[in-house]
Design a protein around this ligand. Structure first.
Ligand code: F6P
Length: 505
């Protein structure tokens, strides 16, 4: 395994002897007590990773040198931790944890959301059967995950989350809904995102063409830019604002969660917030040695920066969590996919690995070959629930969990085969297991907040700002300039593509 060039405390960490995972339970028999942590409805098990007592000590020193405690306090105090944009990152305030006035504002905005939901349920907007939620990135991935994970028998509306500017996505959703009974929720922090505005306009046209009386009367805006929503044509009484200091990929707790709160019910949404708040308190108050997001970040740093692992794989052994990998891709890669530090210096090693994954057991029959025998090492995270999400024969859930645990054991143990190398497994491959009691709103809230804080802890350990995302702008600018001024001045490949596919316009 190649280690990237490292400096300072990271070099000291890299110099520590690397544990042999295949024998680690013999050399450190008490790993279960030191590397398993129960936090509310979640159980974290890092015992099959390379983390050792010495490594954790060294990472704690790094955390101290990086000012971890002060930066965490600054996050919860609503200070401008997003230094490049001069903004706070106040997603915890949405859960009731943070600066008093920000918490009060979030509560007031939640009350406004709840009042609108009550009015909709009382029939104020006519009969509603379908919710067409239009948004992209953080304005879509969070609600999509929550609704998909928690929609049991109790789901009260058909919900479609449409994000892609590819009209196929919107057309498919519209084909399955009756415009006369559809509520449109336009979710956009900025209310300027091209994809969302184009989809929203097409959705309104669909209603107009179907002869729906007052189509704008059934449009809700979820945004931090209420003025732009009013300009677009949404009535002020149907705008659910949220604070500018809540980042897009951290916004599911705000009014962006509206379709989840409406379809799953307010109690479920509130339990989601409470679960996240419990994780906030754990992250803020617990001893660093028992702090789940921080310990997880230590393992992440070790794999990305010391062992040079370019990816981290996540497999949900639960169909209810099948959207978690794509949700985490935005959270982790948009937050920590950076190459300069908070003060603009080049980073001294790799930052976020590529987050990828899928669901078990499907993934076992598709990508696990590489994880077991390929030449790269990808730390794997398994997530499973003790309780099943279905009422079928318990044999299903038993098989699911048995497979999940077998994969972690196989990655670690490996198997020798002196006669046939093609049938040998190197083993010594790391995995973490997160076991949930059940996929409840509370547990899901805690799980998502855990990932948010883990992402933040990683950023602090690397000295980067996880709350901006300038990297997404250049492509948007170029697309806009092609739309506005036509193609000119691009490389021959781009010019030929535009000419071939769009030249007839
Ligand atoms: O382009 C990236 C991004 O800005 C994300 O960070 C954000 O979640 C998404 O676009 C959508 O932005 P908005 O909510 O403003 O439409």
């Amino acid at each position: 395994m190649t280690s990237p060039a490292l400096h300072g405390p990271m070099a000291a960490i890299a110099a520590l002897p690397q544990a042999d995972l295949k024998t680690i339970f013999t050399t450190e028999p008490d790993r279960l007590s030191s590397l398993v942590l129960n936090q509310g409805p979640l159980r974290f098990d890092w015992s099959k990773t390379h983390l050792t007592g010495d490594l954790i000590d060294a990472f704690l020193t790094l955390a101290q040198e990086q000012g971890f405690a002060a930066q965490r306090d600054a996050l919860f105090a609503g200070e401008a931790v997003n230094n490049t944009e001069g903004r706070a990152a106040e997603h915890p305030a949405e859960r009731g944890e943070g600066k008093a006035d920000s918490v009060a504002r979030a509560k007031a905005l939640h009350a406004r959301m709840r009042a609108l939901i009550d009015a909709i349920e009382a029939g104020a907007l006519g009969e509603i059967r379908h919710i067409l939620h239009i948004g992209i990135g953080g304005s879509a991935l969070g609600p999509d995950l929550i609704i998909d994970a928690l929609d049991g028998d109790g789901i009260r509306y058909d919900v479609a989350i449409v994000s892609n500017v590819d009209g196929t996505a919107l057309e498919r959703a519209m084909d399955s809904f009756d415009p006369a009974y559809t509520l449109i929720a336009i979710a956009s922090k900025t209310f300027t995102t091209t994809e969302t505005m184009l989809n929203a306009a097409s959705a309104i046209n669909w209603m107009v063409e179907a002869g729906v009386e007052d189509p704008y009367g059934r449009v809700i805006a979820l945004t931090a830019s209420p003025d732009k929503a009013i300009e677009w044509g949404v009535d002020e009484t149907r705008i659910l604002p949220f604070s500018e200091s809540v980042g897009g990929r951290y916004s599911l707790w705000s009014s962006i969660g509206f379709p989840a709160a409406l379809s799953l019910g307010w109690d479920a949404f509130e339990s989601l917030l409470e679960g996240a708040a419990a994780m906030d308190r754990h992250f803020r108050l617990s001893d660093p040695r028992e702090n789940a997001p921080l310990i997880a970040a230590f393992a992440d740093q070790y794999y990305a920066r010391v062992m040079g692992c370019q990816t981290r794989a996540l497999f949900a052994y639960d169909e209810r969590l099948k959207l978690l990998p794509s949700y985490l891709q935005q959270l982790e890669m948009e937050s920590n996919g950076k190459s300069v530090t908070r003060d603009g210096q080049p980073v001294d090693g790799p930052t976020a690995p590529i987050t990828w994954g899928g669901v078990g057991t499907d993934a076992q029959h598709a990508v696990f070959q590489l994880l077991h025998q390929g030449t790269i090492i990808a730390p794997v995270e398994f997530i499973a629930s003790i309780e099943p999400g279905h009422t079928l024969d318990p044999a299903h859930h038993r098989a699911l969990l048995v497979n999940c645990f077998a994969q972690g054991a196989a990655l670690m143990r490996g198997k020798e085969n002196a006669d046939d190398p093609a049938r040998a497994y190197p083993g010594g491959r790391p995995s973490t297991t997160i076991l949930m009691e059940d996929v409840t709103p509370e547990a899901l809230g805690a799980l998502i907040a855990f990932y948010e804080h883990r992402t933040f802890a990683n950023a602090v350990l690397m000295g980067i700002n996880p709350f901006d995302q300038f990297g997404v702008e250049l492509g948007k600018e170029i697309a806009k300039s092609i739309e506005a001024d036509g193609p000119s001045g691009f490389d021959p490949s781009t010019m030929a593509l535009i000419d071939l596919a769009l030249g007839a316009e």
